[in-house]
Design a binder for this molecule. Structure first.
Ligand SMILES: Nc1ncnc2c1ncn2[C@@H]1O[C@H](COP(=O)(O)OP(=O)(O)OP(=O)(O)O)[C@@H](O)[C@H]1O
Ligand SMILES: [Mg+2]
Length: 494
């Protein structure tokens, strides 16, 4: 019979591996906020020194339930134990977030906490763990406690918790000079505002205040629920069985945003800027009202300019974590197979609504998706031309060659290029009959090459013959000017 051998992890190795789970600064901050929300905090204050002479730190103060000495020791344990069932408002799951999020950013993590005026403070120092190769954490003496940054903020509370990050070695290692750390972290923290504003908007807009250096963060509602022209689709509640065999409800609420001409500057700011409207299409998955995944159609549909007004809010309870494959960073989730058919239908419906909305304002202008350039009429009745971002070619090309995260930048670039047409110069050249509209052979070769690849892909995806696929492609720009014989020759089907 085999023998049992105790084989514990090497502290030095494990603590450094945990650092590389892949948190961004914003997602690490969000994990600390999750803990404060789970502890029923009403106020969460994030501080960092504005004076660059002061040593950099990030401090999180909350007025939640706080922790006893035993509680803080357990909180700092890699893999905190948890007895019984998690409460409904508990955003935690793995017993790891406080440590993994903190170590992903800093070498020194301090937690001071207070229950009924009893203040205790403990901390991890990665240097100590590396030196001793043991899981020794530090209990702070009352004198040491006095020196913890922002400790006075928790001293005035009856219950609450202060988490402090110090020694940002990973961020510093990417900087040219140590002096840049202050500027870099201040910048990241300010950018974190938008991330928190979006991910916690449902808390910020009713029951919680989160501030950075005393400036409250504004909740960013991606559905503009208060806008008069927001269109809410049918709300569905679906039951799913968790691993414990109990049924829990998932709620799905589709939205179509108002047309951008109906948006005020304030609305656009709430959506994060005009270019974020397009990027923001897709699902928004909330776990206990905290956003975890957004800006994706989960592969059910492609992102496109015409779908930019379509958004689907999905609410899942923490009791269904297993089924949704929630990860440690609370950044990923996968759609359970049982919901796929319903989601597909909802995506189809909402994308169609968005498409209609886009078309609605453009039809009067006349849009032809076979063309790359379309004509539009301005409000003053004058005509102009623009790059049609829904052109079959542009959509296919972008979806095929770029990652989703780059779409909004590429679309913005095309819009800028489209808005700088040198009309006068073109007009003069046309009048002087000195404009060259022929494709040079190099360009033609490139276009044939793209046509060839697209035709092959179309044939494969749509399961049709190559000549049928080619016929379809040659209907739209820039392929409609090609010599079909040349393309067929390229494809080896003369
Ligand atoms: N600000 C806080 N106030 C009160 N208790 C806290 C606070 N932060 C952490 N804790 C306690 O420490 C425990 C461990 O926190 P940690 O973030 O490591 O894991 P978790 O929240 O249980 O799960 P997850 O890994 O999913 O975040 C929490 O379950 C909670 O009991
Ligand atoms: Mg946590």
């Amino acid at each position: 019979m085999s023998k049992k051998i105790l084989n514990p992890p090497s502290p030095k190795m494990l603590i450094n591996s945990i650092r590389q789970i892949g948190y961004s600064f914003e997602s690490a901050v969000s994990d600390i906020i999750d803990n404060s929300i789970s502890a029923s905090a009403k106020n969460i204050d994030i501080f960092f020194p504005v004076n660059s002479d002061e040593k950099m730190y990030t401090a999180f103060v909350d007025d939640g339930s706080g922790m006893s000495r035993k509680g803080v020791i357990n909180a700092l344990k890699i893999g905190s134990s948890f007895e019984g069932e998690r409460k409904q408002n508990d955003l935690g799951r793995f017993g790891l977030g406080l440590k993994s999020a903190s170590f992903s950013q800093c070498r020194k993590l301090t937690v001071a906490s207070k229950v009924n005026d009893q203040l205790v403070a403990f901390g991890w120092d990665i240097d100590d763990v590396e030196k001793s190769n043991e899981w020794f954490c530090n209990e702070y003496s009352s004198n040491e406690i006095k020196a913890i940054p922002q400790i006075d903020k928790i001293s005035i509370l009856k219950n609450g918790t202060l988490v402090v990050w110090r020694e940002f070695d990973l961020i510093s290692s990417k900087l040219e000079s140590v002096k840049d750390l202050h500027r870099q972290l201040s910048n990241i923290l300010e950018l974190t505002r938008t991330h928190i504003g979006l991910h916690f908007h449902r808390y910020l807009n009713k029951k919680l205040v989160i501030s950075i250096n005393n400036v409250p963060i504004v909740g960013l509602d991606p559905f503009l629920e208060n806008h008069l022209k927001i269109e809410k689709g049918q709300l569905s509640s679906l039951s799913l069985k968790a691993k414990n065999n109990q049924e829990y409800t998932v709620q799905i609420q589709p939205y179509t945003l108002p047309h951008y001409l109906d948006l005020s500057d304030e609305d656009i700011a709430l959506l994060g800027g005009i270019d974020k409207i397009r990027a923001g299409q897709g699902f928004y998955i909330y776990r206990q009202e905290r956003l975890i995944v957004h800006n994706t159609w989960f592969g059910i549909g492609a992102k496109a300019e015409v779908f930019k007004y379509a958004r689907i809010k999905v609410d899942i309870p923490n009791t269904l974590d297993d089924i949704w494959d929630i990860d440690v960073k609370k950044q990923n989730a996968a759609i359970p197979a049982k919901l796929l058919a319903h989601f597909r239908k909802t995506v189809g419906d909402i994308q169609l609504r968005s498409k209609k909305k886009t078309r609605h304002k453009q039809l009067a202008i006349g849009q032809d998706d076979n063309k790359i350039w379309n004509k539009k009429k301005a409000r003053n009745g004058k005509e102009s031309y623009y790059i049609n971002l829904d052109s079959k070619f542009i959509n296919e090309y972008i979806n095929e060659n770029f990652h989703e995260t780059s779409y909004s930048k590429i679309y913005s670039l095309l819009e800028i290029i489209g808005s700088t047409i040198p009309f006068d110069a073109i007009y003069n050249s046309v009048c002087n009959q000195c404009i060259d509209t022929d494709l040079d052979s190099e360009k033609e070769r490139e276009i044939i090459e793209i046509a060839k690849n697209m035709a092959l892909k179309f044939a494969q995806v749509k399961k049709i013959g190559i000549d049928k696929s080619l016929q379809a492609i040659l209907n739209f720009e820039p392929f409609n000017h090609l010599d079909i014989k040349k393309v067929l020759k390229e494809l080896g089907c003369e």
